[in-house]
Design a protein around this ligand. Sequence first.
Ligand code: MG
Length: 410
Amino acid sequence: MRDSIHASLNPVVAESGPMVAVILLAGGVGARSGFAIPKQYQMLGRKPVLQWSIDAFNAHGAVSARVLVSAPDAADHVSTQGWSIQAAGAERQASVASGLAALEDLPDDAIVLVHDAARPGVTVEVIDRLIAAVTADDQCAATPILAVPDTLATLTEGNGAQGVGDVIDRNGLARVQTPQAFRLGHLRAAHIAASDQAATDDAQLVRALGVKLVGVAGDARLHKLTFAEDLLILTALCNAQPAMRTATGMGYDVHRLVPDRPLWIGGITIEHSHGLDGHSDADVALHAITDAILGALADGDIGDHFPPSDEKWRGAASDKFLAFAGDKVRERGGNIQHLDLTIIAEAPKIGPHRLAMRERIAEILQLPISRVSVKATTSERLGFTGRREGIAAQAIATILLPEDESHDGF
Ligand code: MG
């Protein structure tokens, strides 16, 4: 009855084929992966793993009902507009059932795609092939499959070392991926029939009811994220490396020399009759580099982020400011290509301390030392630096930032 109402109200949709829904499973915590956060929220290129699947289904014109089965905090990590969020169950099967509950108003002949968010490389073409297969025969379900490229062998009990037994004919085998496509009625019936089992594959549950399961061409990009190294594979497969632009920033700072203060410069202390005066430890070199990085980010200056009026920064170690700028670069998906620092001082001699400064700056920013240059010059006894009243520092930072970011800055 619902079908006929639907068809009479919206003949365009009816003519173009059955309604298509998706259940996207993102409830797994990925305990095997070794990631600090659940794997579905791990960044792949510039967006979380889960966002890739969400965007792929959003981009497919035929998919009109979308259910995300996840922890309630998914919306804090990804953009879920247009998706209804259902609570994940303890097992995969319970999660699928949770997704089915959200689709209870849909007719049995609607097509439902069930997809695992740990396979971020889902494409419009795979979705097309699945919908076409199930549309062509309303008594079948469909799954993407790939050939098995490696020789397969059984394992045998070894004495210590693992024994390898007979080779299995891989011509009769396939790798099974998701999304998988079903008539909604078949999936509903399969879940009722198997409510007392813990199945990991919906296609097999549906097959157990006598529904034919057909394979469509899978896609290497549907590689499953299980271990940390899979992220590298997926980054290449999904071409997830964003286009980058080069940004440069300049920093300049001066501090007054006064007696009886430790001289902090370039992240180290140097034995000297005078030290630099200031609200923090007054490390003029780290301040110049921090400002250069913030300049390349178009994100204000050191005083914006660490106001001298704030008592909490009195006597602060300047490596905090520099590490903060380095974190900002990482948060923006960028990386520091090079830093060049020039210290302008009559005394003390900087040369003997250059290597220690480069090492310390590289350490604070987690960079190879080859990306950090430290130079020094005097000003030929001219001006305030020449009269030993203060020390100046200049720095230039070269960083790479994603081309397509939208960041307003400070
Ligand atoms: Mg300063």
